[in-house]
Design a protein around this ligand. Structure first.
Ligand code: ATR
Length: 278
């Protein structure tokens, strides 16, 4: 490529962000689809997200992905928000428009559902779902999960009020219930999704093993490249039929952003395999 060739610029912004896999994923997508773009990881200071974003806009970037801890601030900055972003109250994909407006989207929930339904062939419709956690990560995925029409969706959280708040906000979209971990009884769930931050400290939510039956499938929204996550280990040692980490969700949310920006859909299976999922 000569120096005069135009290359659209993208980035993931976060703090910390150095270990993000997004540059590798988007670069693979670009190579696969023949798109001329660059994608880098940029750490923004915790106290100057907006200045950092305006600076990238000035420099001519076309869009950015936003990761921890800036997804809420990104939501506040957008001039236009997709339905998914409105539901999530958080934005993970910004598109810079020629008139300097910023469009905000949230691809996390669609990414999770694509990984579950398309890649792993795990049905959600008419199934009983248990979601662990009630923070920003869970709020970001509830809309797309409920759009798949589960029979029921139970949200368990240490701080019950946060789960109750989600049930209030999303109650019109499905059959939802909030419970404390110690109130989970003998009901076995078809699918258990860990959306807590417990894995960051190598912990597992205080979940009674009575919720796992021989046919239960567990999914950890966190991922780990070389070893199993604490929740995946826990799931197998408590009799889950199958357990997966969130590497596929990571790649699928990236693919949704890529489609928004480039209007071509990359082949995610190849990239997920290259990151270690069999
Ligand atoms: P995120 O954006 O990752 O969702 P968050 O909004 O701070 O971050 O939410 C973190 C979630 O993980 C919460 O549901 C939190 O439970 P509380 O609301 O009770 O704090 C949950 N969490 C964090 N560490 C946990 C642990 N060790 N066990 C169980 N839940 C945990």
């Amino acid at each position: 490529m000569s120096s005069t060739d135009h290359v659209d610029r993208y980035a993931v912004v976060g703090n910390p962000v150095a270990h993000s896999l997004s540059p590798q994923i988007h670069t693979s997508f670009a190579q696969q689809t023949g798109q001329a773009l660059s994608y880098q990881a940029i750490e923004l200071p915790l106290t100057s997200f907006e200045t950092g974003i305006r600076d990238l806009q000035q420099q001519g970037f076309s869009g950015v992905n936003v990761t921890v801890p800036f997804k809420r601030e990104a939501w506040e900055l957008c001039n236009h928000k997709s339905r998914a972003a409105q539901d999530a109250g958080a934005v993970n994909t910004l598109t810079f428009q020629p008139d300097d407006d910023i469009d905000g989207n949230n691809t996390d929930g669609v990414g999770l559902v694509r990984d579950l339904v398309d890649n792993l062939e795990i049905a959600i419709d008419n199934r009983s779902i248990l979601v662990l956690g009630a923070g920003g990560a869970v709020r970001g995925v509830l809309g797309p999960i409920l759009a798949q029409s589960p029979a029921s969706l139970t949200i368990a959280n240490r701080t019950l009020e946060k789960a109750t708040e989600l049930v209030r906000d999303f109650g019109a979209q499905g059959n939802l219930e909030a419970v404390a971990y110690d109130a989970l009884g003998a009901e076995k769930f078809d699918l258990i999704i860990n959306g807590t931050a417990a894995g960051l400290s190598n912990e597992v939510p205080p979940l009674p093993d009575t919720v796992i039956g021989a046919n239960s499938i567990c999914y950890d929204m966190m991922y780990s490249v070389s070893t199993a996550t604490a929740f995946v280990d826990w799931a197998y040692s408590h009799g889950a039929a199958k357990a997966f980490d969130g590497i596929g969700m990571l790649v699928e949310q990236a693919a949704e952003a890529f489609v928004l920006w480039r209007t071509v859909r990359p082949d995610t299976a190849e990239v997920i395999r290259s990151l270690g999922r069999l």
